[in-house]
Design a binder for this molecule. Structure first.
Ligand SMILES: O=C(O)C[C@H](O)C(=O)O
Ligand code: SF4
Length: 508
């Protein structure tokens, strides 16, 4: 027998994972209108919007990385928090079983995935008491790629491009601009930032994350911070990092800043970076019945239209695996490709494994996809892809060039780009790096026609296993070619020059 509270919490998790809130939709829509049609940024944003529409229609995860489920609960005095936490855990387990959450809870020492999102410290649940006769539950599903782009500064400090950041408002300004710059496209820009000024190392980050629970439409009650928020939103977009780091007018979609007292020796500026897939919602429950009284962040609806302009597939180059070296060497940065045939997923565990072992399948001429999908098995034992966007490729930088060479891989698909070692490796071995649109997990799941098989499922768990996927019309953009060109390097260099333009003091 399930309880009303369980049902309400399951609805909250499902809606948070599959249906972006109106304020976030509005910010994305504004960005979509800003970018010129046909540019890489516009293609990326249109793909993102297409993905948001599909996720809502099909009630499937917007992005395959459903993050670290984090619940903030406010409840009346005397409310049974222990029982409610059990309800949260049961709802998390069920949402995972239904494929609304990816099994994401991993033991750091053994590497074992618990399979149900429950484990030491997961999910995260924070309780606060209040004197209202209602229970408020807020949930954020913040993925790992953007979490990795969080950053904390201890003032005073020296910042690339901006020079000295002192213990004052202008130093804070510099830190926040640097935080956006250092994220580049890797946290699936265009993103949102929550900033915490003050506190200690722990509470500073806590404060930064708290800002992500503010509505994007609110105005900071502190006029100085309101001014800083507006300034950052405006100037960060001058960096022209753009969606997915492809270059473009929109880099930041929202900025919220909070302040908390510090102790004399410490002066922290903590920044929580959230990808465009900004999944946070909330409900207010009846404390006696557990029934939903109303939803939070949903006061006015915002419909998005499925765009007609995403990838221009008529001018795209079809790559069918196995791909020849000759075909790869013809590709250059900016080309749009459509992949068909078999691709193999491989992320952190697989790269580590392949350095020392043989591959379970022949990878020569093959396509390696940096992806940890959401998968469900039906009653016949057939696997189905429920969400399958790319993961951040830079984590594989130490291994990638060696693995390409060792196995004769011709194309690596991921997001956010890779470094110099991989760039040289692509040149040497005749391979390309293809950027897929981060977070577009429904869009790419629809390109998968069949699951041909899986290896290392038991050993590494669903996200880290090697899935063999038959795809058709899978679009991506060449962002690193076999001639030594890298769009990521160019955008990083150009945005550093633009960051330097913002060096002069503003808040004095
Ligand atoms: O883990 C993933 O699938 C993606 C991750 O959130 C990332 O952005 O790299
Ligand atoms: S893949 Fe991108 S959109 Fe998805 S959680 Fe990671 S950073 Fe966010």
């Amino acid at each position: 027998m399930t309880t009303k509270a369980f049902e309400s919490l399951l609805a909250l998790i499902t809606e948070t994972s599959t249906n972006l809130p109106p304020d976030v939709r509005r910010a994305i829509k504004r960005a979509q209108l800003e970018e010129e049609l046909g540019t890489r940024a516009s293609i990326a944003l249109n793909t993102i919007v297409d993905n948001i529409v599909s996720a809502e229609e099909d009630v499937q995860p917007i992005c395959q990385d459903t993050g670290m489920p984090t619940f903030i609960v406010h409840c009346p005095v005397g409310f049974n928090q222990i029982a409610f936490e059990r309800e949260i855990e049961a709802a998390v387990r069920e949402a995972t079983k239904l494929g609304k959450l990816r099994p994401n809870s991993v033991d750091p020492l053994t590497g074992k995935n618990t399979g149900d999102n429950l484990g030491e410290g997961t999910p995260v649940v924070h309780f606060h008491q209040w004197e209202r006769d209602e229970v408020e539950v807020k949930l954020i599903l913040k993925g790992g790629g953007c979490e990795n782009k969080n950053i904390q500064y201890a003032l005073p400090t020296e910042l690339p491009g901006l020079g000295r950041a002192g213990r004052d408002l202008d130093g804070i300004r510099k830190c926040i601009l640097h935080a956006v710059y250092q994220a580049q496209g890797q946290g699936c820009s265009a993103g949102f930032i929550g900033v915490g000024i003050g506190g200690d190392r722990t509470t500073g980050y806590e404060l930064a994350k708290e800002q992500l629970f503010r509505s994007l439409d609110d105005v900071n009650p502190n006029p100085q911070l309101a001014e800083l928020e507006d300034y950052i939103l405006d100037k960060a977009n001058q960096l022209e990092i753009g969606t997915m780091g492809f270059g473009g007018k929109v880099t930041l979609l929202g900025c919220k800043i909070g302040v908390r007292n510090r102790i004399p020796a410490s002066f922290y500026v903590s920044v929580a970076y959230n990808c465009w897939a900004f999944r946070r919602l909330g409900v207010v429950l009846d404390p006696a019945t557990g029934e939903i009284r109303h939803w939070l962040y949903r006061d006015n609806e915002e419909k998005l239209e499925r765009p007609t302009h995403a990838f221009a597939t008529d001018s795209a180059i079809v790559l069918e695996a196995p791909i020849s070296e000759e075909q790869i060497r013809k590709l250059k940065v900016g080309d749009v490709v459509l992949i068909r045939g078999e691709m193999h997923t491989g992320r952190d565990e697989i790269h580590k494994y392949l350095m020392k072992h043989d591959a379970p399948v022949d990878l020569s001429g093959g396509v390696l996809y940096h992806c940890g999908p959401v998968m469900l098995k039906d009653d016949d034992g057939t696997w189905h892809v429920k969400a399958a966007g790319p993961t951040t490729s830079s984590r594989e930088e130490p291994y990638q060039a060696d693995i390409i060479e060792k196995f004769g891989i011709r194309a690596v698909i991921g997001k956010g780009g890779m470094g110099e070692k991989t760039l040289q490796g692509l040149k040497k071995s005749g391979a390309v790096y293809l950027n897929a649109i981060g977070g577009a997990a429904q869009y790419y799941a629809k390109c998968v026609k069949r699951v041909n098989g899986v290896d290392f499922l038991e050993q590494f768990g669903v996200p880290e296993a090697m899935w063999h996927l038959e795809v058709e019309g899978f679009p991506a953009i060449v962002t690193m070619d076999a001639h030594g060109n890298s769009l990521h390097k160019d955008v990083a260099d150009e945005s550093l020059v633009k960051l330097e333009d913002l060096k002069e003091p503003v808040f004095v």
